[in-house]
Ligand binder design. Structure first.
Ligand code: GLA
Length: 752
C-alpha cells in the first residue's frame, strides 16, 4: 500500500481519500451538501466525478432547488437530514430553538491533518506515527441556527478502513437538542448484499446470522445500556458469492459500548443507506450555547478478497491500533480463575491450594473472582463494598497476593465496579447513587442495581475504593465484570430535559474510570466481561485488550461463539478457558484435549480446580501449557483464517499463520462422530506456495511421511479423514464425539 493521500479537486469540491487499494470519495454539491461518491476499490484521482451524480425528473420527487430536478432523496449523502427532500432515516436530527427539525448543513471549510486526532473521553483507533494516516475534517454550517458540524474521515496506510465520527457545536445563543447524531452515514449505490450479523443471548453470543438485504429497514442494536449479548455492534455486508477466500465485503463497526444502532435502509430504488451510531431511541442531547457533542467513532472496512481478509483488516486495526498499553503486543498469561471451581465457596487456604496446583502445572496467573469483598457470600449482598472480607481473607488481598507471589505466580482480581446490591454499605450510605426513577420500583438484575456512572462523584468513589485495594496488593490483572442490563435509566443529578443523556453519560463514566485506572496502573492487564460476552465490543478493546468471551465454557459451544467472534476481533482478545466436565452450562463431556484445542485459539486459561484432575489428566494439562507457552505468540498474533464453519456443518476448522509464513497451526474439530464417513480434506490458507512444510499432530506425531508444499496444502488440501471407526491413526487413544486435532506446520529450512 502507498502512503495515505487525500486528493482535492482544483475547484475544491471533491475529496478523494486513498491508500492505493481503497478509495473513499466525497463531493460538495452546489447547495453545499456533501455527497458520497464512492467507497471501494481504489480508483485513479480524477478532476471531476460529477457524472456519477444522477439527476433526472421523477414523479413525486421533492426538489430543494427551484431550477433543477436535484433531490436529496436520490443523492447519496454523507450525512442525511430529514425533511427537505430526503425521506430516509436521517444521520443527524436536531430540534432547533424554533421547534423545527430541519437542518441545512453546508460545507464551509475543511482541514487535512497528518495522523488522527484522539476523541476526548471516547475510545478510538489511533496512529503511532502521523505518517500512518491522514484525516479530512469537513466543517459544515447550518447558518440559520449557527450550528457547526464536523465530519471527520481518516484513511490509513496499512488498513483498508475509514474511521469516521461526527461532532456538533452550538455557536448560537439558544440551546438546541440533538435527537440523533449518527457516527456514520454511508449511502451505497445498490443493495446486492447479504447482511451478516453476530447475535445471540447470554451463553451463546455472536452467532452468525445471514440475510439478504431487502427493501425496507433492517437493523441490529441495543437499548440495554451495554452493547449486549444479543447483538454485536459489528455488521458485515458481503456480495452474494463472496466467501471466506474471495469476493467483496464491507464491515461496519461501532467503537462504542452502550446503546447502539447499525441499520441498513434499502429504498424502493434499491439504494442502501447504512447508519451506525448511538441508538436514537431514548437519546436526546442538549447543547447549550458554546457546547459540543462528540459522537463515538465508526469504522468501515473494505475488501475485495473475501471475509478472511476483511477479518484480518479488523484484527490488525483493533489489535494494534485500538487496543493500547504494554499488553497489546504481549502474549497473554495463562491464568487459572477460581469461579467455576468454587463459586462463592472459598477461603484463603482453599484458594492457595488451587493456585498451588495451577503453579505446578505451569499456570502463570491466579485470578480470584467474585465473592472476596464485603458481605458477598452469595449474589444478594455486598456488591459495591470493595474491601476484602476478613473472615475469608484474614490477611486481605495484600496477604493473599503475597502468598500467590510466593508460589511464583502473578495474581489478578475480579471487580464489578458499576454495580451495587441494596444490601451493601455503599447503597446504605448513598441510596441516590443508583439509576432509578423516583416513585417507581426499579428492576433488579441478579439482585443488583446500577450505579449512576453519569455522576463524577460516583465514579470518584469507586475509583478510590479500587485504588485502595490496588495500591495495597501486588496485582497484575483485573477482570472488570458487568452483570446486568440497564433499566430505570434516570439520574438524580440531571434536570428533566437532560435525562435522555443519562445512558451515554453513563458509558462516558465507565470509560473515564477505565482511563484513570489504566493511566495509574499501566502494567495491569484488564479483561472486560459482562456476564460473559455482553460487552465484547470494539470500544472496550481500547481499555481492556482482552474480554471474557462467554460464560458458556463448553468447548463445543465455544466453537460457534469463538468462530463468530473472530469475524471482527483478534484472537489475542478472546478470553477462552478449559473448564471441568460435565460442563456447568450444558452438562456435556468434552475430552480434555478438545477443551484445550479450543481455548488455545484465544487467551487459554483454566476455569477449574486442577486438584480435581487425575494424574494422567494433569500430565496432559502440563503438556497443554508447555505447548501454549511455545506457540502463543503465533496463536494470538498470527494471521487467522476460518476454514470450516460450525454454523454450516459438523466440522469446524481454523488456522493461524506466522507473518513470515514459516509456521502455522490448524485447529480441526469434529462435533459428532459418524461411522464410515466419506474421506475429507481441508484446504489451508495463507501458506507460502513455494515452501515445503512438515506437518505434525499436536502429540508431535509426524502426520505424513513427506513434507508437502504450501501450494499442495492450500489447493489439494490437508487430509483429515480417520480410519473407518473414527480413530486417528497416529494416536494411541480413540475418541468418539467432540474430537479435535491440532496440526503444526513448520516450513522446511531451504537448503543453503
Ligand atoms: C459473571 C462472569 C463470570 C463470573 C461471575 C461472577 O457471570 O461472566 O465469569 O465472574 O459473573 O459472579
Amino acid at each position: 500500500m502507498m502512503n495515505p493521500q487525500i486528493y482535492i479537486s482544483a475547484d475544491e469540491t471533491t475529496f478523494h481519500l486513498t491508500n492505493g487499494e481503497f478509495s473513499y470519495i466525497l463531493h460538495c454539491l452546489p447547495d453545499g451538501h456533501l455527497m458520497h461518491l464512492w467507497s471501494g476499490k481504489a480508483v485513479r484521482p480524477e478532476a471531476d466525478y460529477t457524472c456519477f451524480h444522477e439527476v433526472f425528473p421523477r414523479p413525486m420527487t421533492s426538489c430543494p432547488d427551484a431550477d433543477s430536478w436535484y433531490s436529496r432523496e436520490h443523492t447519496a449523502q454523507e450525512c442525511g437530514t430529514f425533511g427537505s427532500s430526503d425521506f430516509r432515516t436521517p444521520a443527524i436530527e436536531i430540534t432547533h430553538p424554533d421547534g423545527s427539525t430541519l437542518s441545512d448543513f453546508q460545507l464551509t471549510s475543511w482541514n487535512i491533518l497528518d495522523g488522527k486526532p484522539a476523541l476526548p473521553g471516547l475510545p478510538a483507533v489511533y496512529c503511532e506515527d502521523s505518517s500512518e494516516a491522514k484525516t479530512l475534517e469537513c466543517i459544515l454550517t447550518d447558518q440559520k441556527n449557527s450550528l457547526e458540524m464536523v465530519l471527520s474521515y481518516t484513511i490509513f496506510r496499512d488498513h483498508n478502513v475509514i474511521a469516521r465520527n461526527t461532532r456538533l457545536i452550538n455557536h448560537g445563543d439558544a440551546p438546541v437538542y440533538a435527537d440523533t447524531v449518527q457516527s456514520l452515514c454511508l449511502d451505497l449505490p445498490d443493495s446486492d448484499y447479504v447482511w451478516m450479523q453476530f447475535s445471540g443471548a447470554w451463553g451463546r453470543e455472536r452467532h452468525l446470522r445471514n440475510r439478504t438485504l431487502e427493501q425496507g429497514i433492517q437493523s441490529v442494536g441495543s437499548r440495554r445500556g451495554h452493547s449486549s449479548h444479543n447483538h454485536n455492534p459489528v455488521v458485515i455486508l458481503r456480495r452474494e458469492h463472496t466467501d471466506e477466500v474471495q469476493g467483496e465485503a464491507l464491515g461496519i463497526a461501532l467503537v462504542y459500548s452502550g446503546n447502539f444502532l447499525i441499520q441498513a435502509e434499502v429504498d424502493t430504488y434499491d439504494k442502501t443507506r447504512i447508519l451506525a451510531g448511538i441508538h436514537p431511541d431514548g437519546f436526546r442531547w442538549k447543547l447549550e450555547p458554546g457546547e459540543q457533542f462528540q459522537s463515538p467513532e465508526a469504522v468501515m472496512a473494505w475488501t475485495d478478497q473475501g471475509l478472511n481478509r476483511l477479518s484480518q483488516t479488523f484484527h490488525g486495526l483493533f489489535g494494534r491500533r485500538l487496543a493500547r498499553g504494554c499488553w497489546r503486543d504481549r502474549p497473554r498469561p495463562i491464568l487459572n480463575n477460581n469461579w467455576e471451581a468454587t463459586m462463592f465457596d472459598f477461603d484463603e487456604e482453599s484458594l492457595v491450594k488451587i493456585a498451588g496446583k495451577a503453579k505446578e502445572c505451569g499456570v502463570e496467573l491466579f485470578v480470584l473472582d467474585d465473592g472476596w469483598f464485603g458481605a458477598r457470600r452469595n449474589d444478594k449482598a455486598g456488591l459495591g463494598d470493595w474491601v476484602a472480607n476478613p473472615e475469608l481473607l484474614p490477611n486481605g488481598i495484600a496477604g493473599l497476593s503475597k502468598r500467590i507471589r510466593g508460589l511464583g505466580m502473578e495474581m489478578g482480581l475480579w471487580f464489578e465496579p458499576e454495580m451495587v446490591n441494596k444490601d451493601s454499605n455503599l447503597y446504605r450510605a448513598h441510596p441516590d447513587w443508583i439509576l432509578e426513577v423516583p416513585g417507581r420500583t426499579g428492576c433488579h438484575g441478579r439482585n443488583q442495581f446500577v450505579l449512576d456512572f453519569s455522576r463524577k462523584e460516583v465514579v470518584d468513589a469507586v475509583y478510590d475504593m479500587m485504588c485502595h485495594v490496588l495500591d495495597d496488593a501486588d496485582l497484575s490483572y483485573i477482570k472488570w465484570d458487568m452483570n446486568r442490563s440497564i433499566t430505570d435509566c434516570w439520574s438524580h443529578a440531571l434536570p428533566a430535559d437532560r435525562q435522555k443523556e443519562t445512558a451515554h453519560r453513563y458509558i462516558l463514566g465507565v470509560y473515564d474510570l477505565y482511563e484513570r485506572l489504566i493511566q495509574r496502573y499501566p502494567q495491569i492487564l484488564f479483561e472486560s466481561c459482562a456476564s460473559g460476552g455482553g460487552r465484547f465490543d470494539p470500544g472496550m478493546l481500547y481499555y481492556a485488550p482482552q474480554a471474557w468471551c462467554s460464560d458458556d465454557s463448553d468447548a463445543v459451544e465455544r466453537l460457534s461463539i469463538q468462530y463468530g467472534t473472530s469475524y471482527a476481533y483478534p484472537l489475542s482478545s478472546i478470553g477462552a478457558h478449559v473448564s471441568e466436565v460435565p460442563n456447568q452450562q450444558v452438562y456435556r463431556n468434552v475430552p480434555l484435549h478438545t477443551r484445550a484445542n479450543v481455548a488455545c485459539f484465544g487467551t487459554h486459561g483454566y476455569e477449574l480446580d486442577l486438584n480435581s484432575l487425575a494424574p494422567e489428566e494433569l500430565e496432559q494439562v502440563r503438556e497443554q501449557i508447555r505447548f501454549m507457552k511455545d506457540n502463543r505468540r503465533l496463536l494470538q498474533f498470527g494471521t487467522f483464517y476460518r476454514l470450516s464453519s460450525p454454523f454450516e456443518g459438523n466440522v469446524t476448522a481454523w488456522m493461524v499463520v506466522s507473518e513470515d509464513q514459516t509456521e502455522a497451526i490448524v485447529g480441526w474439530y469434529r462435533t459428532l462422530s459418524h461411522v464410515n464417513q466419506p474421506t475429507s480434506r481441508i484446504r489451508l490458507q495463507g501458506l507460502h506456495p513455494d515452501r515445503q512444510y512438515t506437518v505434525m499432530t499436536e502429540g508431535r506425531h509426524p502426520y505424513r511421511t513427506h513434507a508437502p508444499w504450501g501450494d499442495e496444502l492450500m489447493h489439494m488440501g490437508l487430509i483429515t479423514s480417520d480410519g473407518l471407526s473414527g480413530q486417528v491413526e497416529t494416536r494411541d487413544k480413540y475418541y468418539g464425539d467432540f474430537d479435535s486435532r491440532l496440526y503444526l506446520l513448520r516450513a522446511v529450512t531451504p537448503a543453503a
